[in-house]
Design a protein around this ligand. Sequence first.
Ligand SMILES: Nc1ncnc2c1ncn2[C@@H]1O[C@H](COP(=O)(O)OP(=O)(O)OP(=O)(O)O)[C@@H](O)[C@H]1O
Ligand SMILES: [Mg+2]
Length: 223
Amino acid sequence: MIKIKALNKIYNVGQKNEFVALRNINFEVLPNTVVVLKGVSGSGKSTLLSIIGGMNKPTSGEVIVEDKYIAKLPDLHLSNFRASSIGFVFQSFHLINDLSVFDNISIPLIPLGLSAKEIEEKVNYAMQICNIAHKSMEISKNLSGGEKQRVAIARALVNNPNIILLDEPTANLDSANSKNLVEILSNLKKLGKTIVISTHDSLFDELDFVEKIIYIKDGDISG
Ligand SMILES: Nc1ncnc2c1ncn2[C@@H]1O[C@H](COP(=O)(O)OP(=O)(O)OP(=O)(O)O)[C@@H](O)[C@H]1O
Ligand SMILES: [Mg+2]
């Protein structure tokens, strides 16, 4: 489902502040598995996740997602790839504060030209999976952190992508909300999704549905 080969990412190439963020990274994520990328702050987790999601380009190496060489895709194809294949959950949620929960979740559907009824069905389904339907009409800025997180996940799901990428999903959650998140992730796996989570939270160390933990340190994969 996801293959990374000899991936390097260097920021500020050729400048004084050139910085190697990822060094010769190789790994594979099989379909319908959950993989955790674990490392301290600055180790390169977000960089790697954003490259898998087609939001950031590697300096060299191959990134093959659903059989597409995404580092080589032209921009238009890349945005189509992102819209259809990837659901990305940002650490800071990136919701539009003044829009309702329903409207935030429906945003990825706008370019598809669906009918109002189709949009409603898809948003309702995503809200139900994320246990946020009771807040459908609430303005997003009034939500708790855990609720915002669930809206962000519902928005990532609404297009029914095969792959869900979550960047530090528990960073802003208390332990009760973190447990809710784990349950949502477990359900997403049952729905057949392929999931990659970046984290430094030990909560993910011993979950039975996590196939693999990849340790990343200073841009290197070890262990
Ligand atoms: N656009 C950029 N330009 C220059 N350096 C960058 C850029 N983005 C990230 N970096 C550097 O690359 C390294 C890895 O950053 P990254 O955001 O991937 O780390 P992270 O593991 O996600 O950290 P955190 O746990 O704090 O989110 C850091 O040292 C960071 O300063
Ligand atoms: Mg990060």
